[in-house]
Design a protein around this ligand. Sequence first.
Ligand code: OGA
Ligand code: MN
Length: 291
Amino acid sequence: MPAQMQIESVPLADALGAEVHGIDLSVPLSGETVAAIRQTWLDHQVLVFRNQHLTDAQLTDFSRHFGDLDTVPGWEPFSPSGHPEVLIISNVRKDGATIGVLGDGEASWHTDMSYLDQPPPGSLLYSLEVPDTGGDTCFMSMYAALDALPTDIREAIRGKSLNHDSSHDSAGNLRSNHTAFEDVSGAPGAQHPIVRAHPETGRPALFLGRRLHAWIVGESVESSEALLDRIWEHCTRQEFTYCHQWQRGDLLMWDNRCTMHRRDPFDAQARRVMHRTQLKGDAPVRAAASA
Ligand code: OGA
Ligand code: MN
């Protein structure tokens, strides 16, 4: 019998984030419970479930309630054996090689894999080992950032698309199968509307991907850089964010269609091990108001 659970959520910040109580994610969930979680997710953009005890199979089973799962091209070696849909995010080394990706450094603000034509709508991250301090993950509401965007910037980006560079990872490193370039207007990647409509809520949200190597299509590099600097300065205000301090057993799920995230660095000697799944993508849709 799938478990019927009464879920209760408590907001974590003004702009986004809610902690969900009363749920054990390791057991099969009823359709009603899944629907309630989905609605809470759409309402709050980032959900936090504490004190979970999940195997990789339970993590993928829970994740699949929200869509088909995807893998990250090039990162296949960093999956636990038998679970190609789980990616290990870790700085831990074994036999001279890291068992996962992203190391111990800062990961700057980004949306997962926005350089694809069909970026993942959501990602789920489950903590197995966390450092005592550092390694916090912060989230930004792109609904709230857009709502508060100064009118002249909103006018300047109306109907515009952004080129999302595919050649660097979120730690800023050049990916192994790419070559360096000077001119951001020549960066490889995907072009998406800067203001997208969330396909489920209908709400418009800014869609920025990453700051580094981004380019507003059709603008000179100089004016694109100036505009992007203003947009990013506006977005990174604390009032649009929630920062998560991890405990072991936390599962977070975030909506890439209306949030960005970043991660603090942490002590290289400390161990941080997270298992992650990612939902299969769909193409972002331009918001009508900005068309
Ligand atoms: C990710 C990511 C941040 C973190 O998994 O996409 O950005 O806190 N992780 O490890
Ligand atoms: Mn990420």
